[in-house]
Ligand binder design. Sequence first.
Ligand code: PLP
Length: 382
Amino acid sequence: MTDTTPRTDTPPPVQPVDLEAERRAVGPALEEAVLNVLRSGRYVLGPEVEAFEREFAAYAGVAHAVGVASGTDAIAVGLRALRVGPGDGVVTSPFTFFSSAGAVAWIGARVQLADVDPETALLDPERAAAAVDGTTRCILPVHLYGQLCDVVALRALADERGLALLEDGAQAAGATRDGRSCGTVGHAGTYSFYVTKNLGAAGEGGLVVTQDEETAARLRRLRDHGSPAKYVHDEVGTNSRLHALQAAVLRTKLPHLEAWNERRRAVAARYDDAFAGSERVRPLARVPGGVHAFHQYTVRVVGAERDAVLARLAEQRIGAGVHYPRPVHLQEAARGWGYGPGDFPAAEALAERVLCLPVHPFLADADVERVAGAVLDAAGRA
Ligand SMILES: Cc1ncc(COP(=O)(O)O)c(C=O)c1O
C-alpha cells in the first residue's frame, strides 16, 4: 500500500504577522462593520471617522485625535500643523523606517540626524541636543519597535530651545512611558495603521494626536486642503482624510489592542528567558518606566554573522526580519543631506546586527520556543 500521509519533516512556517489568525478572531465583526459603512454611503471622514477619533483619543489618554491617510502623512501634516516649513531643521533618528526622515524632506524641511542609544536604538536626547542649531524648529523622536523615547528629556530640550516636539509613534500604539502614551508629552504625536502595525487597517491609515485644541483644529484643516468650511481655504493643505471603511476596521480592532499587546509582551518575556545569559543573542535594552508594545522583538547578534543567522532561520521557515538593514543617512535618497558613512556609529552597528523575531498576538508558546531555539542554535554556529 502507498503511504499517502503528507511528509511532516518540514516544520510549519512561523510568520512575522498572521492576518489569517486575526481574521479567525475578529473576521465576522470586521465584515459587519465594513458592510455597515457601505450601507451608510458615508465613505470619507464623517461619523465613523469621528467615532474612531474619539475612541482612540480616550484609549491613548489624549485630548484630540485627527485621522489622516497614513503614518507618513501624519508626520508631514503634523509638522506643518506645528508650523514647520521649508528650510526649517528637524532633528530625528538615522535608525528608523525611511518615512520619518522622508516626511521631513517631503515638506521641504531639513533633516538633521542625531545618533541613537546603542542599547535601545532610540534617539538619544544628548546627541539630539548637540544636533540643534539656529535653523532647527522641531525634534522628531521615533518610538522604534514599540518603546517610547525619553520624551520628558526631549520636551525639556524643546522648551529650552523654543522648539516643537512631534513624536513618531507609528510602531508604538499602546506603549506608554511613566503612564503616558505617544503624543501626550510632545506637542503632537503620530500613529500609523498600516496593515502590519499593532493596530492595523485593511490598507492604509494614520492619526495625529495632540493635547492642544488649536493644533487639533489646524490638523483638521490641513488634512482637508486648509478648509474650515466647504470651499473656504484658509491655508494650503493637502488631501489626507481617513476613510470611513478604515475607521470601521480600526474601531472593531481597537477594543482588542490591549489584550493583543499583552500577548506580545508575554511572547517577549519567553524570548527574554530563552536568551538570558547568551553572549551572542542580546535583546535590546528596555527603558525605565516603559510599557513596551513590542511591534518588533529585536535582538542584536554579536560575534556571529547576522545575515547567516537570518538565512538559517529562513531555511527553517521562520520569518525573522531586519528592521532596518541600512540607516537613513546611507540611503541614496539622503545624498545631499550632508552625511556619510561613520557619522552615526550606533545606527550603523545596529543596522548590521539587529534581528527582529516573530512577535504577534497569535503566536503559540511552542512556536516561540522553536524560534528561540533556532536563533540560539544558528547564532552558535553562524
Ligand atoms: C517609524 C515609522 N514611521 C513612519 C511610518 C510610516 O507609516 P505609513 O506606512 O503608515 O505611512 C512607519 C511605517 O512603517 C514607521 O515604522
